[in-house]
Design a protein around this ligand. Structure first.
Ligand code: G3P
Ligand code: MG
Length: 282
């Protein structure tokens, strides 16, 4: 199971990879997360127009690709991710935006090294299959977040597809499947009694939380850091549920949470691993 590959406390998970030093949700961001010593990484799953699972966060393509500069796509504004075929998605450059906007100031500071820039410019939107091959090859655990595709209630086909791919690639025990759409998690549980599930919440806890998590046999609870309270963490740990919270970019807070046994999903995994001294970053 996913958590057998991780330490009991001090779990550091790279959010969308090592997103502060490489373009999010790319193979490079994944490599950087692994190389910097994170225990796992988190990434987002959507589907292409044909229904192929892909790795991408937003429901539109503009922020993290160069779609706006492709003249043959200009009539397809606002470029909904799920309306593009795999072939079209693969035409896009999913890395250059990172150098142009420098969202974490790591390009200007030199933390992103000069010789990395060509690789950054060459990043494409990955297919889930590619990510799972990496997972199997390197035994590097992944927290797969299934984005709510906005399908009608009861349409959970994406879950069936993703689980079939986990079976095919032999990665079931290296994956934690998480989602804000808990219906997806219920479907996953009905297909697999052993897959690790993480229940994502942003603004409020579900009523009767422990019963809710037990009902799903959830391995983990994933509240936003704003919602976290340590009393609850202890209570959940007592009943065998782990707590991992997102997105923790204040390193002092991250250090406290790690010590309290909370897993930390962060854009800055490189600051929390090795011998790095904890300090605050914006
Ligand atoms: O899985 C935690 C976190 O990734 C959820 O929010 O928007 O970053 O996918 P988001
Ligand atoms: Mg996510």
């Amino acid at each position: 199971m996913f958590f057998d590959h991780l330490p009991e406390t001090g779990f550091v998970c790279g959010h969308r990879g090592a997103r502060s030093i490489a373009p999010e949700n790319t193979l490079l961001a994944l490599e950087k997360a692994r190389d910097c010593g994170a225990h796992a990484w988190e990434t987002d799953v959507r589907v292409s127009r044909e229904g192929e699972p892909i790795i991408f966060h937003d429901d539109t393509l503009e922020r993290t690709t160069d779609v706006a500069s492709h003249s043959h796509f200009k009539d397809r504004r606002p470029w909904h991710t799920e309306r593009f075929t795999v072939a079209e998605l693969r035409e896009l450059d999913a890395g250059s935006w990172f150098l142009e906007t420098d969202p974490y100031c790591t390009v200007a500071s030199g933390e992103v090294e000069e010789e990395e820039k060509d690789r950054i410019r060459g990043q494409k939107i990955p297919l889930l299959g590619e990510i799972l091959s990496f997972t199997a090859r390197h035994r590097f655990p992944v927290n797969l977040e299934l984005k709510d595709l906005g399908t009608p209630p009861g349409d959970t086909l994406v879950v069936d597809r993703v689980l079939a791919m986990l079976e095919e690639t032999g990665t079931m025990d290296l994956v934690l499947l998480s989602s804000f759409r808990h219906e997806y998690l219920r479907r996953a549980r009905s297909l697999s009694s052993t897959l690790a599930l993480g229940v994502l919440v942003e603004k409020k806890h579900p009523p009767d939380l422990i019963h809710y998590l037990k009902d799903l046999s959830a391995a983990a609870y994933h509240p936003s850091v704003q919602l976290l309270d340590l009393e609850l963490v202890h209570e959940l740990r007592r009943v065998g549920v782990r707590v991992n919270c997102w997105t923790v970019n204040d390193m002092t807070r991250a250090g406290e949470l790690l010590q309290a046994g909370v897993g930390v999903i962060t854009d800055w995994p490189q600051r929390l691993t090795g011998t790095t001294v904890y300090r605050s970053y914006p």
